[in-house]
Design a protein around this ligand. Structure first.
Ligand SMILES: CSC[C@@H](O)[C@@H](O)C(=O)COP(=O)(O)O
Length: 362
């Protein structure tokens, strides 16, 4: 996607390093950060300089490749270290698992070059996958648009599922971009997505840069808008989907699904194959939920009155806070799932219909 008209991907591979867009500085500053070793990759993931389930998988893969250049024997410990940086997004473990499967059988002397190539393949896979997700979601938007000629399709989204959360294009926002680029009038309600405000900061920046009409709303506004017929569809991404179709995503997604269910608003989830966790059935009891600590709740970041980015405390002094980073929306509240292979019901039967090789593997 483009920044100021110039095409970019969210990871750029150079000789001996990668460049990542530092998301903790957006939308105030566009800065590329050079990552030259596994420790820096891990820190970028932990600090959320890179974030979004598919992107952290790709960065972890490159981090492992960088480590093997320094020490080809470091495969297992570095993979374990990178795998512990964030707990909920399965894409991280998927990418590292794919790297380990390829690299373990190889002689140490050949691992670094192969690892770099495999990390590149993971990144390319993500680009093609996200483009296909957009194409498979597009008919949903076309169908809604056909029912309200001349009026925009109102899409509500949560967190950031755009090109900066993936290597390119995004997941749920890939659908939005393809609809917009196809000339369908769309308007996006952007949940601010407290506590880190990925919606207000990142999604709004992305949509604005692409010229997609949007409005930032407080997280609590969605239910009201749905009651008044102002939301045609909810489109979100996810960090892990169980084989039964339960969906882990940014905290607050579950409440949007409940409101959508109560108001007969379709609630669709867009994801790449790397977000499917076939080993897990029940999302609520089995998916680990990241706890990011109190500071993100007690404080808010933004532009200070002097125009510099900064953080202010917004909670009463001394009050404790709790900060679960994700929640799980049960499959029964999900209208359907969009992947690079098509659309399906949020169920084991639906998912196996798109990925029949998983049934054979089981
Ligand atoms: C692009 S996939 C969507 C998810 O990764 C996204 O919705 C999300 O919850 C990201 O959370 P984050 O904590 O910002 O990494």
């Amino acid at each position: 996607m483009k920044i100021d008209g110039v095409p970019h991907r969210s990871i750029q591979a150079e000789d001996g390093a990668i460049l990542i867009l530092d998301q903790t500085l957006l939308p105030w500053r566009v800065e590329w950060l050079r990552i030259a070793n596994a420790g820096a990759a891990a820190q970028a993931i932990r600090s959320m300089q890179v974030r979004g389930a598919p992107l952290i998988g790709a960065v972890a893969a490159y981090g492992l490749a960088l480590a093997l250049r320094d020490d080809p024997a470091a495969l297992e410990p570095v993979a374990a270290m990178l795998g512990e940086t964030r707990p909920t997004a399965i894409n991280l473990r998927w990418a590292l698992g794919r790297m380990l499967t390829v690299l373990r059988p190889l002689p140490e002397a050949t691992r670094a070059a192969r690892a770099w190539a495999e990390a590149g393949a993971i990144a390319e896979d993500d680009v093609a996958t996200c483009r296909a997700i957009g194409a498979h979601g597009l008919p949903l938007i076309e169908a809604i648009a056909a029912g309200k000629p001349g009026r925009p399709v109102n899409i509500l989204t949560h967190c950031n599922t755009g090109w900066i959360a993936t290597v390119d294009f995004g997941t749920a926002l890939s659908v939005v971009y393809q609809a917009h680029d196809a000339g369908i009038p769309v308007h996006v309600w952007v949940d601010e997505t407290r506590p880190r405000n990925q919606g207000a900061l990142l999604t709004a920046w992305e949509l604005g840069a692409h010229g997609v009409p949007h409005t930032v709303i407080a997280d609590n506004a969605g239910g009201h808008l749905m009651q008044h017929g102002e939301v045609d569809i909810v489109l979100v991404g996810t960090d892990r989907v169980t084989r039964r179709g339960d969906v882990a995503n940014k905290i607050g997604t579950y409440l949007k699904a409940l409101a959508a269910h109560d108001n007969n608003v379709p609630f669709w989830v867009a994801l790449p194959h790397s977000t499917l966790d076939w080993a897990v059935a029940d999302g609520v009891s089995e998916i680990p939920i990241e706890d990011r600590g109190e500071a993100e709740v007690t404080h808010t970041t933004g532009l200070l009155p002097d125009g510099t980015p900064g953080s202010i405390r917004t909670a009463a002094p001394g009050s404790p806070a709790r900060n679960p980073g994700f929640d799980v929306t049960p499959a029964r509240l999900v209208t359907g799932i969009i992947t690079e292979r098509g659309r399906c019901a949020a169920s084991e039967v639906g998912l196996l219909g798109l990925y029949p090789e998983r049934a054979l593997a089981a």
